[in-house]
Design a protein around this ligand. Sequence first.
Ligand code: SF4
Length: 369
Amino acid sequence: MINPIRVFMDKDLDQTPEIEYLISKLKPTPEKVADPRPVYDLINQSDDPVGFAKKVLYITRNKGALIRQCPGTSYYTCCDYTILHCGTYCTMDCSYCILQAYFHPPVLQYFAGFDQYTAALDPVFQGDHIVRIGTGEYTDSLIWEPVSLMPGFLVEKFATQDRAILELKTKTVNIDSLLDLDHNRKTILSWSLNTPEMIASQERGTASLSARLKAAAKAVSKGFRVAFHFDPIFLYPGCEGAYEKVVEAIFAHVSPEDVVWISIGTFRFMPHLKSIIEARFPDSTIPYGEFITGLDNKMRYFKPLRIAMYQRLGALFRQLAPGVAVYFCMEDEEVWMKTFGFFPGKPKALAHMLDRAAADRCGLDSRLV
Ligand code: SF4
């Protein structure tokens, strides 16, 4: 939930219905500022800027690029995803969250301005290829839903065209205001999933697994397509059976035909995240597995351990949902081959596979795949 103790607002923002709605939903009343320096100063004075920043909201416009390519690496197969940069940081608190180490200082920012979003998205909607675009890269897509008209605006905007798909990725169950919108299947509501014990121990303030899956079932009952992300998967005693139960629980709630894609990826992290986890989550044991440094300089579980886990899950997906596109975010040819028996190694091959899934499930223009 967005429940800030201080709210700052760019003094140049127009009083649009979007801003009036935000102000009506937020407490305390926003303090107008000419630039973000007072926000940075306040956060930097805290003993725990990473934690404190979750309680200080800054409402502004995005002064940079609203649409960006996902920063995949050249070493691992990338899915060619596009980011709609509508906010930064998060009110929930996962021990492994990369955003803790990404922003200096971290700032919970909401980027307002429907006019700006329209100007950025209209050319995408008239493009000559399919675009998969999401808002959940630098923030959780739906923490904003209780206080903002933005998620609903985007759902209705994407509903008007058939060349782009919007993915709203979350660990919340904040979907109520979206359910009755005319979405035209062009929005995928997607949930990051983990085992109940990892959610309880590593994902502070997030919805429970059962709440996430019930929300997914509710979304499907309203005609939405859904997706799931097993990322990060943690390796711990008994993890194989625990993650298999989560997979089974998915298909007890939704049918495979309603699922556009599922991604899987084991825990990986930049080395400097370790000290942040140790300081902020002293009880967490996640940084102490069998890690090696990957080609992208991130710490990853030893490859045979990753493959063994993926093979268990891959077999279950083949059994329960053979028609669903299951893919790795950031794995190499050996992992693909040993898990799925194929490797989308040609440029854009993984992107093509996911474009095809989006076209089939969501009614995108299949001539563009
Ligand atoms: S929900 Fe996502 S963005 Fe929010 S703290 Fe957890 S990992 Fe970070």
